[in-house]
Design a protein. Sequence first.
Lengths: 113, 113
Amino acid sequence: MAENNSNFMSGVPELLILRLVREKEMYGYELVQAIRERSNEAIALGEGVIYPVLHALERDGALSSSRKTVNGRSRVYYALTATGAKRLDDLAGNWSRLTGAIQSILVSGVQHA
Amino acid sequence: MAENNSNFMSGVPELLILRLVREKEMYGYELVQAIRERSNEAIALGEGVIYPVLHALERDGALSSSRKTVNGRSRVYYALTATGAKRLDDLAGNWSRLTGAIQSILVSGVQHA
DNA sequence: TTGCCATACCTTGCAGCGCGAGGCAATATG
DNA sequence: CATATTGCCTCGCGCTGCAAGGTATGGCAA
């Protein structure tokens, strides 16, 4: 059963990571802060969220990793692959459809057919 | 420990239900269909999602229920209470802040401070 | 009558995700 | 020398969404 379950609201951390890494390759610790800062503290995903997602994405071939040492610090940088780019498009599309649908319910006044 | 945990993306079914019930009182089965239709099939929450949420909301005083019989059919109608209206505002606010934050990450090109 | 579908309610059990909490190691700071 | 920061990682749990199943009534067609 290689079916993809998961509930309708999940996968946002994955989406954010893929999107950020598309700009430039980043490492885990950096992503944790980037998400917090770029979301204006509205979203604060800890390392316990980020790292497992990173590993899963690499395992699925959506990200490629390379260990680099920058001023004495060893970091694992992740870059978007072609597979990852496709996956990003899918997730972004789903997200947009989903929020659109929710918005249309939230916004509408009473309407009759 | 009566602390409210739950993850950052949850509570959408609750939000949708509260919003729909604000217009007019509705019953469970009706909500299931309303959400599917008004979201253009983008969201399809089953009864296994709706009923438990309904019960929880009533337990918390956000909804009040009244059993009514309409052309031979017995239904449990739910109406929004004052508490529920407040809760709806909170959830809607959170949702809006959250999607705004996500959007700002999804949309932005690279930018530095 | 006997089916069968739609309406209408409900609960149980599980998978999966998010996440806190913790642990390790190296560099920097006071 | 102690403490904070950077940077990586994993375990275990809570909670949520959800499929699956169960009950009951009404309408309709064969």
